[in-house]
Design a protein around this ligand. Structure first.
Ligand code: OAD
Length: 247
């Protein structure tokens, strides 16, 4: 963790009038939820085209539910970490206006963040693919077999699979916030999945200053990022936010 770089980023955030954050799986790694890409990433063990594409879900729900079962068991036990709490604090202070998250774990809201746009949906609810009835994951027995509705239809988590559209409202609101931002924080995302990965580029094109926090450089780092902080989100963010909020 380079303190000089963090101080530079703190100065940028302090000067911002409309700060927006985009988060990805990396922010929840310290809560025990594995990221998708990189070593120990979920897509190392599960081919995303076999497990995360909407056509795979319909073709072989048993197989896809094997992965979902593992994910739910981890996510339902996970707690927010210091990175989630730091962003909630920045919003409470009136500085951070919104978080656009690609995560479906609900940890930002559990940490106290209010303005959270769930770009890829939320895994806490499921919908019957036939009659559209909604269920909470806690009222569904997903552990022993593929969960089904009383009408017999398959239950699908309210998350965006590859091949599905981004929820309309989330997409519109994210674009609006991105265009309005003057400081854009990019935290724990490989920025490889579109359209979410295009938001930092859009922010930059609109004159926003891009601050990126990641363990390693991403395709954004040498192209759109103005300040790159290398380190764990759960260590960098509390330090950064305390510098922003001090005096
Ligand atoms: P990825 O798994 O692609 O990227 C996670 C990023 O977090 C990587 O760049 C890591 O270097 C970084 N990282 C890991 N641990 C970190 C830590 N402790 N602190 C900071 N950074 C850390 O996850 P996303 O970019 O979120 O989509 O993936 C985007 C989408 O791809 C997901 O929403 C999901 C996936 O397929 C769907 O499910 C539709």
């Amino acid at each position: 963790m380079n303190l000089e770089v963090i101080k530079r980023a703190a100065k940028v955030i302090k000067g911002g009038k409309f700060v927006v954050a985009l988060t990805g799986a990396g922010i929840s790694v310290e809560s025990g939820i594995p990221a998708f890409r990189g070593s120990q990433g979920l897509w190392d063990r599960y081919d995303p085209f076999e497990y995360a594409h909407i056509s795979s879900f319909y073709r072989n729900p048993e197989k896809v539910w094997n992965m979902l079962r593992e994910l739910y068991d981890i996510c339902l036990r996970a707690e927010p970490n210091p990175a989630h709490y730091a962003l909630a604090k920045l919003e409470e202070a009136g500085i951070l206006k919104a978080i656009i998250t690609q995560n479906v774990d609900g940890l930002h809201q559990r940490a106290g963040s209010k303005e959270v746009i769930e770009f890829h949906g939320n895994g806490e609810t499921l919908a019957c693919v036939d009659c559209k009835q909604k269920f909470r994951i806690t009222e569904v027995d997903y552990r022993n077999s593929v969960p089904r509705c009383s009408c017999g239809g398959l239950l699908k988590p309210d998350i965006v699979f590859f091949g599905e559209m981004i929820p309309h409202v989330a997409l519109e609101r994210s674009v609006e916030l991105t265009k309005k931002s003057d400081v854009f924080l990019v935290i724990g995302t490989s920025a490889q999945v579109y359209p979410a990965g295009g938001l930092p580029v859009m922010a930059k094109e609109r004159g926003s200053i891009v601050v990126e926090i990641n363990l390693e450089p991403t395709p954004l780092t040498n192209t759109v990022t103005d300040v790159f902080i290398s380190g764990k989100a759960g260590e960098v963010l509390p330090k950064l936010i305390s510098l922003v909020l001090d005096n």
